[in-house]
Design a protein. Structure first.
Length: 296
């Protein structure tokens, strides 16, 4: 049986995150300080004592969650994962854990990605919404109908677990889709407090910049497969990993399908590295026989 390591995405941040690691472990402290130098500002100070508002800025949130995740994983010393996956941003943390990317390269890419996404958000007011207790195919059908009827962008963006799907698109498109989801029997269709339509075609302006940065970054042969969001399958070829990482910006996070693929390939234990326990909860909703724990 393989041991899977999984890494959370944006939304798991909290004030005080990572401080326990900085205080207790010299290697962790060194990595935080290195990150402050690479980013050109003291992200560690914002993580340890910033307000929720400070931590919500995309250029802070993404590197903060990445740092907490990777540093928590590195405290495990000498662990060789059998397989890895990350939710959205967490895919970059996963690629450090399986040695595809160096810590420094991944942090630079995360920073570039965050800033490019921020600019894309500013170009088109857009948002995301959680749809609860409606079948995936029904959600997809309603999104397609809204786009066809109105010309607004709305797509299924995050397949988190059965009965929990996040849609992404223009503000008008999301509002119309939420009404239709509720009319179709969704328990809830709730607009989320996010800055933009992540994992939708509205992120296209950010894709070119991220693609150029990824293409220019060395990717090593991974130590174990990464189950990538857009294909929900094991990937070990560095060129394919790059391509999927670029496509992820405008493509869906197929988390349910990724976890199912990991289980089919022998995963029985899932360890979430980083802030919060969101992914542990999702894994249990996907398959309640799994053993989950976390390191943070």
């Amino acid at each position: 049986m393989a041991h899977a390591y999984i890494f959370p995405g944006q939304g798991s941040q909290f004030s005080g995150m990572g401080k326990n690691l900085y205080d207790a472990d010299p290697l962790s402290k060194e990595l935080f300080e290195q990150a402050n130098d690479i980013l050109g500002f003291r992200i560690s100070d914002i993580m340890f004592s910033g307000s929720d508002e400070d931590l919500k800025q995309t250029n802070v949130t993404q590197p903060a969650v990445f740092l907490h995740s990777v540093i928590a994983f590195k405290t495990l010393q000498g662990i060789q994962p059998g397989m890895v996956a990350g939710h959205s941003l967490g895919e970059f943390s996963a690629l450090v854990a399986n040695n595809t990317l160096s810590f420094e390269s991944a942090l630079m890419l995360v920073s570039i990605r965050a800033q490019a996404m921020q600019r894309a958000c500013e170009m088109t007011p857009s948002t995301m919404a959680a749809v609860l207790a409606l079948a995936d195919d029904k959600v997809e059908e309603i999104c397609a109908a809204v786009m066809r009827d109105t010309g607004e962008v709305v797509v299924a963006a995050n397949y988190n677990c059965p009965g929990q799907l996040v849609i992404s698109g223009s503000i008008a498109g999301i509002d119309i889709a939420c009404e239709r989801m509720k009319a179709a029997g969704a328990k809830r269709a709730l607009v989320l407090p996010v800055g933009g339509a992540f994992h939708s075609p509205l992120m296209l302006p950010a894709k070119e910049e991220l693609a150029a940065a990824i293409e220019a970054t060395p990717f090593n042969e991974p130590g174990c497969p990464v189950y990538q969001n857009v294909v929900a399958a094991a990937v070990a070829d560095p060129a394919a990993i790059k391509r999927n990482l670029i496509d992820q910006l405008t493509g869906a996070v197929r988390w349910t399908q990724s976890v199912e693929a990991m289980i089919a390939d022998g995963a029985a234990n899932f360890t979430e590295a980083g802030p919060g326990k969101v992914l542990q909860g999702l894994v249990m909703k996907i398959n309640k026989e799994m053993i989950t724990d976390g390191v943070n």
